[in-house]
Design a protein around this ligand. Structure first.
Ligand code: SF4
Length: 334
């Protein structure tokens, strides 16, 4: 029998997959990619642990499905709401399961494997929620959760004898002890931190995203920018993003659209590259320079010379500017 296994790069999906491989089930891995993925999971020893490296370690063919556009629609208005931050976990899982369902006939799979553990995650791994997700994805009875199977009603693969239920597990709850000992048994010593999740579970990122959604329709370009720098809301249609280090300063240049503004200190000063997006008038340009000045290394000087231009333009302007004071700055910070 063949199944699709949903691989996230985390420990639970790795264990579930390994368990099924040991039972002789033929597997194809499926991973979804969205702009909110933390695809740079690292193990305790710093090794990259994304879905691709897990699949490679397990000798598994991996199908990557880019769900970015569909996921953006979900984030704007999730049918089942958000979790503790901007994470629409239930709708996200429904989308993932739907993608698995779509791929089943293509790869000749009869059911789906997940690393879900009953009761482990507050939003998406409660029994009722798991049933709802399965139903809305049109996969009722066809999702086997090897780590918790014996704590759940038998699924079609178990009832049909495609998989021996007796060799599945009954892990239940938020503890991780059983997973860690199973990992040891399987010789898996190098796995990412189990906290998992995506950027949408991060409070700071969620705050920036909420701010963006309040003023603009979501698009992938704006979301890329949300991931870097310090963010300031200067007006309904105006934002400034300040690079926090060399790498982010370079990213500001790479992420700038033609009509964005770029602000940077004059050559004799160390300081950030800042990206201004939206509608700017003279006062907002001046305010942006004050913010840029605040993050410059003034080395005893009272003001910085800030040079600015449209990203696609050659014509530069510059202004000497005192750093914006902390109270004003924190009032603008997102
Ligand atoms: S944490 Fe993010 S990726 Fe994981 S289920 Fe929730 S929304 Fe989806």
């Amino acid at each position: 029998m063949k199944a699709i296994t949903l691989i996230s790069g985390g420990l639970d999906s790795t264990l579930a997959t390994k368990l099924m491989q040991n039972l002789g089930v033929e597997l194809v891995g499926l991973n979804t990619i969205s702009p909110f993925c933390l695809c740079n999971h690292r193990s305790s020893t710093g090794r990259s642990c994304g879905a691709a490296s897990v699949a490679k370690d397990l000798g598994l063919e991996l199908i990557n499905v880019n769900v970015s556009e569909e996921f953006l629609e979900i984030v704007k208005k999730p049918k089942h709401g958000y979790g503790s931050n901007m994470n629409p976990c239930i709708d996200c899982r429904i989308l993932l399961f739907k993608k698995a369902k779509e791929k089943m006939p293509e790869v000749g799979a009869s059911f789906v494997i997940t690393g879900e553990v009953l009761g482990q995650r507050p939003m998406s791994q409660k029994l009722k929620t798991m049933q709802l997700i399965e139903k809305e994805a049109g996969l009722e009875g066809l999702v086997l959760r090897p780590l918790s199977a014996k704590a759940l009603e038998p699924t079609i693969p178990e009832k049909e004898g495609w998989v021996d239920r007796e060799r599945l597990l009954a892990i239940n709850g938020r503890g991780r002890r059983e997973q860690f000992s199973l990992a040891k048994e399987f010789g898996i010593n190098d796995y990412p931190c189990p906290s998992g999740g995506c950027l949408l579970t991060d409070p700071e990122f969620s705050r920036r995203l909420k701010d963006l959604m309040q003023y603009r329709d979501l698009n992938l370009e704006d979301i890329r920018l949300l991931k870097v720098g310090r963010h300031f809301r200067l007006g309904r249609e105006t934002k400034l993003v300040v690079g926090r280090n060399e790498k982010e300063n370079q990213l500001m240049l790479n992420l700038a659209r033609d009509d964005d503004y770029l602000f940077m200190p004059s050559d004799d000063l160390a300081g950030p590259t800042c990206l201004g997006r939206g509608v700017f008038n003279d006062a907002l340009l001046r305010l942006s320079c004050g913010i840029a000045s605040r993050y410059c290394d003034l080395d005893g000087r009272s003001e910085a010379e800030i040079v600015y231009r449209r990203a696609a333009g050659k014509e530069e302007s510059s202004v000497f500017c005192r750093p914006l004071d902390e109270a004003a700055l924190s009032g603008l910070r997102i």
